[in-house]
Design a protein around this ligand. Structure first.
Ligand SMILES: [Zn+2]
Length: 232
């Protein structure tokens, strides 16, 4: 086979290998990261800490109510127990109880609204748990699909790699060296195709005689970008 045709074919194979490796890299990333799942777990953590805070507040308010109720009934017993005769003392007890009677409903109202808030937050937690379950199911399906795609692309990659080695062996060593160093220096593209008498990569003019030389199997490089010219 004409060396230029082989080099062009080699370039096409290498392009495919690069493309498949990119696809495989992309698949690996998709398999290893789960931003949606992480978002859901963060939401659960935040909801749980809210529930904890509400429970702490509930305990506190309940204690405020209980303490006042105890105090109220102690005062009540003292008032009607007959042991206290000082009218000043009795008046103080009465006024303290009147104050307690006003305070207790205020705390009871706080307690009610905290309980409502707790119910609402718990229902958000339940909803999130359902979302996580659904997400986990979908994620496993997705991972299976990604694994299948990976297997297909690995197979394809293997085919290209074996085609490449067979073709590589047919090339003289100096041509191999030229191709390898050009690929390295020119962003992976060592061979450029001529389109409408100009370089398909950089657009520089390619003369008819240059095209003829490549048809004869000579390595001619583009005057503009230095890549090996291939013309059909
Ligand atoms: Zn060029």
């Amino acid at each position: 086979m004409n060396i230029i045709i082989s080099l062009h074919e080699l370039q096409l194979i290498d392009n495919s290998i690069v493309r498949i490796n990119r696809v495989l890299e992309n698949l690996r990333n998709k398999m290893s990261t789960d931003p949606e799942g992480v978002q859901l777990l963060l939401k659960v953590a935040s909801v749980r800490s809210s529930i904890e805070a509400i429970n702490t507040e509930l305990t506190k308010v309940t204690r405020e109510i209980t303490n006042r109720q105890i105090k109220y009934s102690q005062n009540d017993s003292a008032l009607y127990g007959g042991k206290i005769s000082s009218s000043k003392e009795l008046q103080e007890l009465q006024s303290e109880n009147a104050h307690l009677k006003e305070q207790i409903p205020i705390f009871e109202e706080q307690l009610m609204s905290l309980m409502v808030k707790l119910e609402e937050t718990k229902s958000v937690e339940t909803q999130l748990a359902a979302e996580i379950e659904l997400h986990t199911d979908q994620r496993s399906q997705f991972l299976i699909q990604l694994a299948e795609e990976t297997a297909i692309h690995k197979q394809e990659l293997g085919n290209y790699q074996s085609q490449r080695s067979s073709l590589w062996e047919t090339l003289p060593q100096d041509v191999q060296t030229t191709y390898t160093s050009l690929r390295k220096a020119k962003s992976g593209i060592a061979v450029t195709e001529v389109k409408d008498d100009s370089c398909g990569t950089c657009g520089a003019d390619i003369s008819k005689s240059e095209i003829q030389q490549t048809h004869g199997g000579s390595i001619v490089t583009c005057q503009g970008c230095g890549r090996i010219i291939f013309a059909r």
